[in-house]
Design a protein around this ligand. Structure first.
Ligand code: BES
Ligand code: ZN
Length: 402
C-alpha cells in the first residue's frame, strides 16, 4: 500500500529526477539509474550523519572511513588507505602576567616557546612598518590588533623595529591561534578583544609561550577502478569535520557529492579516468591533501584537473566555481555555474594549486552554521546539482584531451 506522504515523496523525486539530463534507462518516463542515484545520496546521508562529528582519530571518524570504503567497493572501485603523520601544537600554559593579573592566551602555531620580561608598547593601526616606526617598541612587548595585513607582516615589522615579543589582539572576544608561514623570532601569542583594556602602555609585563608539539595520524581514502594508475581527473572532498559540530555542510555535503559522482560514473569511462580522494585532516591545516600531493608527485603532475567539493549543500549563493583560468573558461562556456575569480575558500585544492595543477573549488559559500554545533543542514537537490556540474566539467576536460 502506498500512503499519501509516500506519493508526495515519490512525485518530488520524480520531478527532481526529470531535471537530470543524463542518458539512462527510461521506464514510463522515469529514469531508473538517476532514481537510484538520488536515493543513494539520501541513503548515504542517513548512514553517515548517524556517526556524529568526524574529528580526526575519533570513533565516528573511524566508522566514516569504514563506511566510505564499503560503499565505494560495492560500486566496483578498489579503495586504498593512505596514513600520514603531521604535527600539531597545543598550549601547556601560555599567559601574560602584569603584577597579579594573569591572562590566558594562545600561542601562535609557529611561535617559539619562551619567557620574556618587558614593558607594554601599543601599536596603532594594523602594525604596518609605518605604524611600528611611530610606536616606540624597541626592547618592548608590542601589542598589535588583528586584521588588514598578515600575521607574518606584523611580526616582521615588529622585529625590524626591535620588539622582543608580540601580542595580537583578536577582533572578536574569542581565543584564537594565529598561523604564520615562518617560525616566529620571539614569543607570539593571541588574546581576545576584551583583554585589551588590561594592557596599559608602559606597564611591566611577563609574556610566556609554552606549547607542546605532538604528532597525529590522519588517513586519506582513495577510490579507483582496478588497474588505473594514472587518473586524468582527481575529485576530492574532505571527510573530517571540526570537533564542535557534525559538519553536515562542511563537509558531508562534499562527501555525498563525491559518492554520487563515483556511483554514477562507475559504469562509464569517466569512472576509469578518475580518482576519488576523501581527504582527512583538512580542518587541521589541509594535512591530507598536502600529504597526498607530497607522496604522489608523478601522478599529481599529470592530472588534467583537480575538482574539489567543499560546502555545497546550503545555497548561501548559487553554485560557484573558482580556480584555474582554463577550467573556469570551460565552465563558463558550458554555463555550468557562476564562475568567479575571487579569492578561493581555503581548502584541499590549495596544495594542488601550489603544485601547478589545474584546479577548481565548487562551493556555495559560508553559511551561518559554519564550524558550529548547528552545522546540521543540507539539501539533497543541491548535492545532486553539484554532482552533475562536476561530472559535466570533468567530462569536458577529458573530451578536450582526447
Ligand atoms: N570548508 C572550509 C573552506 C571553505 C570556505 C570552502 C568557504 C568553501 C567556501 C574549510 O573546511 C575550512 O574551514 N578551512 C579553513 C582553513 C583550513 C586550513 C583549516 C578556513 O577557511 O579558515
Ligand atoms: Zn571547515
Amino acid at each position: 500500500m502506498v500512503v499519501g506522504s509516500e506519493i508526495v515523496l515519490l512525485s518530488y523525486r520524480i520531478v527532481m529526477l526529470m531535471k537530470l539530463k543524463k542518458a539512462c534507462v527510461l521506464i514510463s518516463g522515469i529514469c531508473l539509474c538517476s532514481f537510484a542515484t538520488a536515493k543513494g545520496i539520501e541513503h548515504n546521508y542517513n548512514q553517515l550523519v548517524k556517526f556524529g562529528p568526524r574529528a580526526v582519530s575519533t570513533l565516528p571518524h573511524f566508522h566514516t572511513r569504514n563506511y566510505l570504503e564499503k560503499e565505494l567497493r560495492s560500486m566496483g572501485y578498489r579503495t586504498r588507505r593512505e596514513p600520514f603523520r603531521y604535527q600539531r601544537r597545543k598550549d601547556r600554559r601560555t599567559i601574560v602576567k602584569m603584577g597579579r593579573i594573569v591572562l590566558e592566551g594562545r600561542g601562535f602555531y609557529s611561535s617559539i616557546n619562551g619567557v620574556v620580561n618587558g614593558v607594554i608598547a601599543h601599536v596603532g593601526g594594523a602594525g604596518t612598518a609605518e605604524d611600528l616606526n611611530q610606536a616606540n617598541v624597541k626592547g618592548k612587548v608590542a601589542v598589535i590588533k588583528r586584521g588588514k595585513i598578515s600575521f607574518d607582516q606584523k611580526i616582521q615589522n615588529a622585529q625590524a623595529a626591535g620588539a622582543i615579543a608580540v601580542i595580537v589582539i583578536n577582533d572578536k572576544d574569542q581565543n584564537f591561534r594565529g598561523v604564520t608561514t615562518e617560525t616566529t623570532p620571539f614569543p607570539v601569542l593571541g588574546l581576545k578583544s576584551s583583554m585589551l583594556a588590561a594592557l596599559k602602555e608602559g606597564q611591566k609585563i611577563k609574556v610566556k609561550v609554552n606549547m607542546l608539539t605532538y604528532l597525529k595520524q590522519g588517513m586519506n581514502i582513495i577510490a579507483f577502478k582496478p588497474g588505473v594508475i594514472q587518473p586524468k581527473v582527481l575529485f576530492g572532498a574532505h571527510f573530517d569535520s571540526v570537533p564542535q559540530g557534525p559538519g553536515v555542510n562542511d563537509n558531508l555535503s562534499g562527501v555525498l557529492t563525491l559518492l554520487d559522482i563515483a556511483r554514477e560514473q562507475s559504469q562509464y569511462p569517466l569512472g576509469e579516468q578518475s580518482y576519488f580522494v576523501f581527504f582527512d585532516a583538512e580542518e587541521e591545516g589541509l594535512q591530507g591533501s598536502r600529504a597526498y600531493v607530497k607522496s604522489h608527485t608523478d601522478k599529481v603532475k599529470k592530472l588534467k584537473a583537480m575538482i574539489n567539493l567543499d560546502m555545497v549543500g546550503v545555497d548561501v549563493h548559487p553554485l560557484k566555481m573558482a580556480g584555474s583560468l582554463a577550467l573556469l573558461g570551460t565552465a563558463r562556456r558550458l554555463n555550468l555555474a557562476e564562475v568567479t575569480e575571487e579569492k578561493l575558500g581555503r581548502s584541499d585544492h590549495i596544495p594542488f594549486k601550489e603544485f601547478g595543477v589545474p584546479h577548481v573549488l565548487l562551493h556555495r559559500g559560508l553559511d551561518q552554521n559554519y564550524h558550529q554545533p548547528t552545522d546540521q543542514y543540507l539539501d539533497f537537490a543541491l548535492i545532486r546539482q553539484t554532482s552533475k556540474v562536476a561530472q559535466q566539467l570533468a567530462g569536458e576536460i577529458v573530451k578536450q584531451e582526447e
